[in-house]
Design a protein around this ligand. Sequence first.
Ligand SMILES: Cc1ncc(COP(=O)(O)O)c(C=O)c1O
Length: 389
Amino acid sequence: MALYKSNNKNEPGENTRAIHHGKSFAEGTGCVMPPIFQTSTFEHGNIEGFDYTRSGNPNFKILEKVLISLEGCKYGTVFSSGVSAITAIAASLTNQDVILCEENLYGCTIRLFEKIFKNYGLEIISIDFTKTSNIDKISELKPSMIWLESPTNPLLKIIDIKSICGKAKQDNIPVVVDNTFSTCLLQRPLDLGATISLLSTTKYINGHSDALGGAVLTNDKNWQDRMIFSQKSLGLQPSPFDCWLITRGVKTLKLRLKQQVKNASEIADFLALNPLIDSVRYPFRSDHPQFHLAKDQMKAGGAMITANIKGDLEQTFLFCKNLKYFTMAESLGGIESLICHPSTMTHASISSNRKAKLGIGDNLIRFSIGCEDFVDLKDDIQQSLNQLL
Ligand SMILES: Cc1ncc(COP(=O)(O)O)c(C=O)c1O
């Protein structure tokens, strides 16, 4: 898998940058791994300028430095979860501001916007950004912010980030791209013109399903200042221990992704041939509706697959439950494979009408492909499908 190379020839490669996190804030000890700075407060006037962990901690700084380096950007702020990172951005807007969203977003992003921020006066408009005519609506609607995911959760729609950012730039509209499904190793939203690249570091960045985190990456100093302000004033900071775990997890991001992407592309092809599967969506399969855009925008197709089973809700659940190596669970991006039923899990908070309109039906399943051996995953899927016969 050819991943991003640095624009700077003198810069070390991605594995090196992920592994060598730099300053450990423990100079003189020779420690190879940084300590966990499990402290709520710091002595006034210390050289590094820390004061209270809600507004900064060495473990935050270490993780931010790695993420900034991998993303190839100027600024980064870490948060306690992906949802905290989303909150930090949305809370920077004011009463009557309008967020123009891609209609298919992670369920809890929609819930946060519709059920919380709407109450504080934000207006939310959702459109299908795969339609070119809707991209043209940006200049007409002139929103305060545009919010995208690509690939989207769970339908894996590919959104044309470059075209949307180009339009948005004409009116100085900031564009946020939730890059959780790809990470900066597969897709670089900031290079495509986005103002902010957002990550739930809970997923691929950490990769071991044992910590929660979020990050906001940007080249815009003004947005960086807002993120630091949100972190401390809303109490959205992560724990030092979670940052330490994520700093350890990210060291193997590229290695993990290589195996996951390889597995996923083979599993997608295998599923597509199976008579009990109605349809499969994987960005780098030629039958994906935005295949050419995906090839253009992404370095690889990622490790998420969405499929429709030929069956009803009961059979779909049976399939999920009978899998041995895929745990039926929320979340994604870990080394262990997971299966999810979006309609009743990640997108349970979305109204039935909206789910029906989007195409999140009873027989839709979402695979997060892990690092296991392909043959074991394939055989597991086959044995579970066989039980539906
Ligand atoms: C695309 C996307 N963004 C954000 C989040 C939220 O992340 P977290 O669970 O770390 O709050 C998720 C969680 O599944 C997600 O899939």
